[in-house]
Design a protein around this ligand. Structure first.
Ligand code: Z5A
Length: 208
């Protein structure tokens, strides 16, 4: 059996990542493809609990310190991620290192410095960027509860995401109807599986 694919969802706040990543996993499982959902930050670990305290504004942390905690939260999952992929499970991930860099760089930390702790993480096969202008995202439920959910910050984050895109990324209009977005993502995912079947690529390392 071949390895699973490593598929990421990235985007600004309230862009629909949780909605679409959950739907993709269900659709893959329904089609007989082994797939699991992961989410970063993983707030269940000791590191994740520190991150949660910061995001919900219960604790304060230096910008560099929180950046490194987000990265550590990914590294602590990597053995499990590799094992799942090698066993043939496709992993669908709600936020990853690109969020780490986009949010910290939006706070004016140097982008090279921001990337450094995540160099060598498992690289994605595909990244779906759910694109929404922060003014439209702000109209959706639950906006404004956490530390980064502010207009100026989200506008800058979106710019940083665009600066990191390469050929593995697909930009998806997050303002469309959720069913239409899901259909587009399914089509892109089928293409990714087809390409991988025709020319299987080994698991790669991020930014190396
Ligand atoms: N962060 C960081 O700084 N560094 C890092 O390394 C990482 C993250 C990994 C928490 O992330 C924060 O951590 C985040 C980035 C930072 N800060 N911000 N901003 P999170 O992933 O836990 O939380 P989130 O980004 O705020 O995601 P979210 O609130 O879970 O939003 P979402 O997943 O993108 O959207 P959703 O839950 O699927 O949908 C939001 C609402 O919109 C909901 O009511 C839906 O029903 C509705 N929705 C969804 N799709 C549509 C469409 N197509 N039309 C209309 N309405 C829709």
């Amino acid at each position: 059996m071949g390895r699973g694919l490593f598929i990421l969802f990235e985007g600004c706040d309230r862009s629909g990542k949780t909605t679409q990543s959950t739907r993709l996993v269900k659709a893959l499982n329904d089609a007989g493809i082994k797939a699991k959902l992961l989410k970063f930050p993983d707030r269940t670990t000791a590191i994740g609990k520190m991150i949660d305290g910061y995001l919900s504004q219960k604790t304060k942390l230096d910008d560099q310190a929180i950046h490194l905690l987000f990265s550590a939260n990914r590294w602590e999952a990597m053995d499990q991620v590799r094992a799942e992929l090698e066993s043939g499970t496709t992993l669908v991930v709600d936020r990853y290192a690109f969020s780490g860099v986009a949010f910290s760089a939006a706070k004016r930390l140097d982008i090279k410095w921001c990337k450094a702790p995540d160099v060598g993480l498992i690289a994605p096969d595909r990244v779906y960027f759910l694109d929404i202008h922060p003014d439209d995202a702000a109209k959706r439920d639950g906006y404004g509860e956490e530390i980064y959910e502010k207009r100026e910050m989200q506008i800058e984050v979106r710019v940083k995401f665009f600066s990191m895109m390469d050929s593995t990324w697909s930009i998806v209009d997050a303002l469309k109807d959720p069913d239409e977005i899901h259909r587009q993502i399914m089509m892109l995912t089928k293409q990714a599986f087809k390409r991988h079947k025709e020319s299987p690529a080994p698991i790669a390392k991020l930014w190396m």
